[in-house]
Design a protein around this ligand. Structure first.
Ligand SMILES: [Zn+2]
Length: 167
């Protein structure tokens, strides 16, 4: 059972994911209300209350749209766990910098791709032109939609989906 709780802004926009403990603090502090439970109950000596799955802040907070953080895991997810050179789907994945870092390539979405270890080895810190290798897709930043951003939790938090759609 997931310990992660989806946090909605007052206007129902999904804005964050937090730990159960933090969510309970917001609920007990009357800063948020319970939107979805269904995860059983938490018992204290004096109380019993439902474990939240989704909460909603009582006061709208202003914050920029969350973006997908550039991490290895998120690059793999964007590329569907597929080598962007040979198209192989494998668990032995690496990150390739399209323009190698030692040639000035940056750590940005448009310069990182998923590569299997043999393609990464073949490219070996060189440019596409030098290796005559080609990318299957042009790498870019993933979408900012709530479904994409929070989609990495979908396997364990499928009940969030209706609250993510459309944002
Ligand atoms: Zn490959």
């Amino acid at each position: 059972m997931s310990e992660l709780v989806l946090v909605l802004n007052a206007n129902f926009e999904p804005i964050n994911v937090c730990e159960m403990r933090r969510a309970l603090g917001l609920l007990l502090g009357n800063k948020a209300s319970l939107i979805l439970d269904g995860r059983g109950y938490i018992s204290t000596p004096f109380n019993k209350f439902p474990r939240p799955s989704i909460i909603r802040l009582k006061n709208q907070i202003v914050r920029p749209r969350p973006r997908v953080k550039l991490t290895r895991r998120e690059v793999f997810r964007r590329d569907n766990y597929t080598c962007q050179y040979c198209g192989k789907k494998t668990t032995n994945l690496t990150i390739d910098h399209v323009i190698p870092r030692h040639l000035g390539g940056s750590q940005i979405w448009s310069n990182v791709v998923t590569a299997c270890s043999s393609c990464n080895h073949r490219k070996g810190g060189r440019t596409l032109r030098d290796t005559n290798m080609q990318l299957l897709h042009t790498p870019k930043e993933p979408p900012h939609s709530a479904v994409y951003i929070f989609g990495r939790h979908m396997a364990e938090c499928a009940d969030w989906e209706p609250y993510l759609n459309g944002w």
